[in-house]
Design a binder for this molecule. Structure first.
Ligand code: F6P
Length: 313
């Protein structure tokens, strides 16, 4: 507790990273991404809501905001001087960006996850996965850092560099200040956030959801991975799932841009993340557009998902 009447001193992102002795290049990279997010938040608030007239690798129509957010982030990463390779959910290629050979990191990112929710004014986010070296096609366990920015009523940045999970919020000066070290997720319970259509669930996933409901879990689902995940992480309980579906055995969410960074953050917060069979972080990516089913949150619930899927499919 600080002195009564005095505002506690705010620790900004750069200072926090310095105090944690995060190396200079990684600090630079995280701060570049944080800076880029300030431009993205402005574009979301005031930008054009129309379509860009192009589609991404998955055949999804790109919104002007997707394209703009991608450009903002790509530019910052390219000129940061510490990145050698980038791959974005919005492009279909691994891009080498290191002009002078000094880049140490490979970065996979989704510049504006859930962008189709902006026109109905729901929350969206940016998700980033960081590897040392230039190989992006590694299992997520090799990540050295991961972060997301959530653009909601407030702008929240959550990151891990493998030593706990930290939450920052943007203040009136558009600086990220430390809110908390995220404490360990409960072993189980409370809320569940189920993606995909229920009539397409397998027997195992149907049994899982029924069990969660019987146990009194409350449904909390917005349709945006970042806000749905953030709710579970910061409330410290529950599970998000986007399972394998009939006709879509690999689910919908992307391993490189969505699952790996979220799984790294969740494990660091004491939770678990699985594709229903093995931990997400142990999946060897075969292609940049690979999707995997996702069960992420409290350990007991993720274990229950694995057990029911092994028994019932
Ligand atoms: O991958 C983008 C995304 O919008 C996620 O943020 C979200 O969890 C999911 O897709 C929702 O997909 P759908 O509405 O197609 O089930």
């Amino acid at each position: 507790m600080g002195e009564p009447g005095k505002t506690p001193m705010q620790i900004d992102l750069r200072r926090h990273l310095r105090e944690k002795e995060i190396d200079r290049d990684l600090t630079r990279l995280i701060c570049e991404i944080a800076d880029a997010s300030k431009y993205i938040v402005n574009s979301i608030r005031t930008g054009d809501l129309g379509v860009a007239g192009t589609s991404n690798l998955y055949g999804e129509e790109q919104l002007a905001l997707d394209v703009l957010s991608d450009r903002i982030l790509r530019k910052r990463l390219t000129y940061s001087g510490v990145v050698n390779t980038i791959v974005s959910e919005e492009t279909d290629e691994i891009i080498k960006v290191d002009s002078n050979g000094s880049g140490r990191f490979a970065v996979a990112y989704d510049p504006l996850d859930g962008s189709s929710l902006v026109d109905v004014n729901l929350a969206v986010g940016t998700i980033v996965s960081i590897f040392e070296g230039d190989d992006i096609m590694q299992p997520g366990r090799k990540q050295i850092a991961a972060l997301y920015v959530l653009y909601g009523p407030r702008t929240t940045l959550v990151y891990t560099s493998g030593d706990g999970v930290y939450e920052f919020n943007m203040n009136h000066l558009m600086e990220y200040t430390l809110t908390q070290k995220v404490s360990l997720l409960a072993e189980s319970g409370g809320i569940y956030s189920p993606g995909g259509q229920r009539n397409l669930y397998s027997k195992g996933v149907e049994a899982l959801v029924s069990k969660l409901e019987e146990e009194g879990s409350k449904l909390r689902y917005s349709g945006g991975l970042v806000p749905d995940f953030n709710q579970i992480l910061l409330k410290g309980k529950g599970m998000f799932l986007y399972p394998h579906l009939k006709g879509k055995p690999q689910g919908k969410l992307r391993l490189l841009y969505e699952l790996n960074p979220m799984a790294f953050i969740m494990e660091q917060a004491g939770g678990a993340a699985s594709n229903g069979k093995i931990p997400i972080l142990d999946v060897q990516p075969e292609s940049i557009d690979q999707t995997e089913p996702l069960f992420i949150g409290c350990r007991k619930e993720v274990e229950l998902a694995e057990r029911l899927i092994a028994e019932l499919g």
